[in-house]
Design a protein around this ligand. Structure first.
Ligand code: NAD
Length: 252
C-alpha cells in the first residue's frame, strides 16, 4: 500500500495536468449513500425515468418523494478527508480539474472553485423548470413539498425537476465535451469512488489511458478498469487520499 501511495504522490507531483474523476464513493464518508453498494440507493428505490417524469403526475410525485427523503442527507453532509484532500491538491497547484459524476455539489461546498469542477450529471442543489428553464434552489423546492405541494410546478406551468440527468435524459453536451478534452490532454488521471459503469462518464479513464496518461484507481469494489490501470488501491477514499496528501508534503 505504501509503495502505491508513494507512486501516486510522485506522479501527481510530476504531472502537468492532473485530473481527478469522482463518483458517489467519495461522498459516502460524508453520509450520502452511493447507488450500487449494499444498502445504497438502488436497494431502496427504482429510478424514475425522464419520460415517466414528463408524462405522469404520479411519477413526478414519486420522484419528489425520493428527493425529499435524500434532502436531509444532503444538507447534513459534512466535509470528509477525501474532498478536503482534493482541495489541498488544488491549493498546492496540483489539480487541473475534477470531473465528477456526483450531483451533490460537495466539491464546491467544501472549497473547490466552480470552474475547477465539471459536473457530468448536473447538480441536485438546483431545481429547473422543464419548460422555461427558470431555476430555484433545492431548499425552496423542499419548503414547497413540505407545505404539501407534492410535485412543484413553475409559474409558467412547467414541471420543476432537479437539475440533474435522469435515465433517458440527454447529457449536458458542453460538460461532456470539456471532460473528454481534459481526459485526452491530461498526464495523470485518478478515479475515486466509482464503479465506472455509467456511460459516457465511465469512458473518461479510457480517453486518458489512450492518450498515455498514468491511470490510478482508489475504490472499495471492482471496476472494469482494474486490469488496465497503473495503480489500484482497494481502500477508503478518505484514508487513502489523506495519505497521498501527507506523502506529497513529505516529498516537497
Ligand atoms: P456507484 O454507486 O455506482 O459506485 C460507488 C463506488 O464507490 C462503488 O464501487 C463503491 O464500492 C465505492 N465506494 C463507496 N464508498 C467508498 C469509499 N468510502 N471509498 C472508496 N470507494 C467507495 O457510483 P457512481 O460510479 O458514481 O455512479 C452512480 C451514479 O449515481 C452517478 O451517475 C452519480 O450521478 C449518481 N450518484 C451520485 C451521488 C452523489 O452525488 N453523492 C450518490 C449516489 C449516486
Amino acid at each position: 500500500m505504501n509503495e502505491k501511495i508513494s507512486l501516486i504522490a510522485q506522479r501527481i507531483l510530476e504531472g502537468d495536468k492532473n485530473i481527478v474523476f469522482t463518483g458517489a464513493g467519495i461522498s459516502t464518508e460524508s453520509g450520502i449513500p452511493d447507488y450500487r453498494s449494499k444498502g445504497g440507493i438502488w436497494d431502496k428505490f427504482r429510478p424514475v425515468y425522464f419520460d415517466e417524469f414528463m408524462s405522469s403526475k404520479n411519477a413526478r410525485i414519486e420522484y419528489w418523494r425520493r428527493k425529499a427523503e435524500l434532502y436531509h442527507d444532503l444538507v447534513q453532509a459534512k466535509p470528509n478527508p477525501a474532498h478536503m484532500s482534493l482541495v489541498k491538491f488544488y491549493e498546492m497547484g496540483l489539480l487541473e480539474a475534477v470531473i465528477t459524476q456526483n450531483i451533490d455539489g460537495l466539491h464546491q461546498e467544501f472549497g473547490l472553485p466552480d470552474e475547477k469542477v465539471i459536473e457530468l450529471h448536473g447538480n441536485t442543489r438546483r431545481v429547473r423548470c422543464m419548460s422555461c428553464g427558470k431555476t430555484i434552489s433545492i431548499h425552496e423546492a423542499q419548503k414547497r413539498i413540505e407545505a404539501g405541494d407534492l410535485a412543484p410546478e413553475c409559474e409558467c406551468g412547467g414541471y420543476m425537476k432537479s437539475d440533474t440527468i435522469s435515465f433517458g435524459q440527454a447529457m449536458p453536451a458542453d460538460e461532456v465535451e470539456k471532460a473528454i478534452d481534459l481526459s485526452r490532454k491530461c498526464d495523470f488521471f485518478l478515479v475515486v469512488g466509482s464503479t465506472l459503469l455509467v456511460h459516457p462518464a465511465a469512458l473518461m479513464p479510457s480517453y486518458a489511458k489512450q492518450s498515455g496518461a498514468f491511470l490510478a484507481i482508489v475504490n472499495l469494489s471492482q471496476t472494469p478498469y482494474d486490469e488496465r490501470c497503473d495503480v489500484l488501491i482497494r481502500g477508503k477514499a478518505g484514508e487513502v487520499l489523506q495519505e497521498i496528501v501527507n506523502t506529497i508534503r513529505d516529498l516537497l
